[in-house]
Design a protein. Structure first.
Length: 355
């Protein structure tokens, strides 16, 4: 059986070949087509089993229709799954696929990415949470490879997409105040304190001060390492720090990993969440798997992935194209926060999702 061609799809859909090409490739002019026309073309293509010739299209357009995504080496980056899910979904919406780029023999991941771009294997690069040398970012800038970072890097001029950490932490403090809490504990890291860690701690402390709340802080020594090692090290340090009575009625943690270590330490001391201490985390990747389910500020990983791809593929001539996008987080309320007496809490507050 002969392979179906573009003209076969056009005949079945009752349109011309150019319309089929625009509808299937999402190329220039697709915005002029009605949704019904696009659905008719896609239905005809499915029925005939038509598949675009990607090699011919690349030859014609000079594009690979592929986006490179640099995979972190550090196994602590467990959030890459929801993040890459957002990247992949957005890329497919633009008619592209994703190429995961890691370290190859004799090359760093960014050296491989630059080579892939020079060889025409990718059209651009998504760089999540880069923690390497600034010189490597400069080399990417000079290569001309369109690149968008997820999580801004100090000193880089590359466009970036980030979650608004400050807004998320302020939201958590405000919610605890609404629920009657007057003494708050922030649990984060001592060293190294990068821009993200400093920003989250200061956001909690400053908003607590603005609302007239007491706020103490514990800094843990363990940096981001494989999560099983981090959880155990944090649990041990939290056990050493715990006093009776506790210094607060609620704790806000730098991330969900610290929150889970706090859960474990409290349990070992015979204390309950939220009966003895309410707990809020940050990230919301596996918060629902905790017991009780953890209230957490969502890092909006899928939204970050979507926004990064949209920014990467926006026309270079678009004067309104931003250089930095901040994604607003939401506070996902679960069962780890209790309401104290005389609280004014409402589940209708903006930016809060009750589960």
């Amino acid at each position: 059986m002969n392979r179906p061609k573009l003209r076969d799809v056009a005949t079945m859909a009752g349109v011309d070949i150019a319309t089929v090409s625009r509808a299937l490739n999402k190329s220039r002019g697709v915005e002029a087509l009605s949704a019904a026309c696009i659905r008719r073309v896609e239905a005809a293509a499915r029925k005939l089993g038509y598949r675009p010739n990607s090699h011919a299209r690349s030859m014609r357009t000079g594009k690979a229709n592929a986006i490179g995504v640099v995979a972190p080496v550090n196994r602590a980056y467990w959030f890459m799954l929801p993040l890459t899910a957002g990247v992949h979904a957005a890329a497919l919406g633009h008619g592209c696929h994703c190429v995961t780029i890691g370290h190859e023999a004799g090359e760093t991941a960014l050296e491989t990415a630059r080579r892939f771009y020079a060889e025409g294997r990718i059209d651009g690069l998504i760089l999540p949470y880069w923690s390497g040398k600034l010189e490597e970012l400069r080399a990417v800038e000079k290569s001309g490879c369109p690149t968008v970072m997820i999580g801004a890097s100090q000193g880089s001029r590359l466009p970036s997409v980030s979650v608004d950490d400050i807004a998320g932490m302020r939201m958590a403090v405000e919610r605890l105040a609404q629920m009657g809490h007057r003494r708050i504990l922030y649990v984060g890291y001592r060293q190294p304190e990068d821009a993200f860690r400093i920003g989250r701690r200061l956001a909690v402390q400053r908003r607590a001060e603005e609302l007239g709340l007491e706020c103490s802080a514990w800094g843990l020594a363990t940096p981001s390492v494989p999560i099983d090692v981090e959880l155990e090290a944090n649990r041990r340090e939290l056990l050493r720090r715990m006093t009776n009575p506790l210094p607060a009625t609620a704790a806000i943690c730098y991330n969900d990993s610290i929150a889970l270590a706090l859960y474990a330490a409290l349990q070992e001391r015979g204390l309950r969440v939220p009966g003895d201490l309410s707990v809020i985390g940050f990230d919301d990747v596996f918060a629902r798997l905790a017991y009780p389910p953890l209230t957490s500020v969502s890092h909006m990983f899928e939204s970050l992935g979507n926004a990064a791809v949209d920014l990467l593929l926006a026309p270079a001539s678009d004067d309104s194209k931003p250089q930095r996008i901040l994604v607003e987080p939401i506070l996902v309320m679960r069962q780890s926060v209790r309401k104290l007496e005389d609280s004014t809490a409402s589940t209708e507050a903006p930016g809060i999702r009750q589960l």
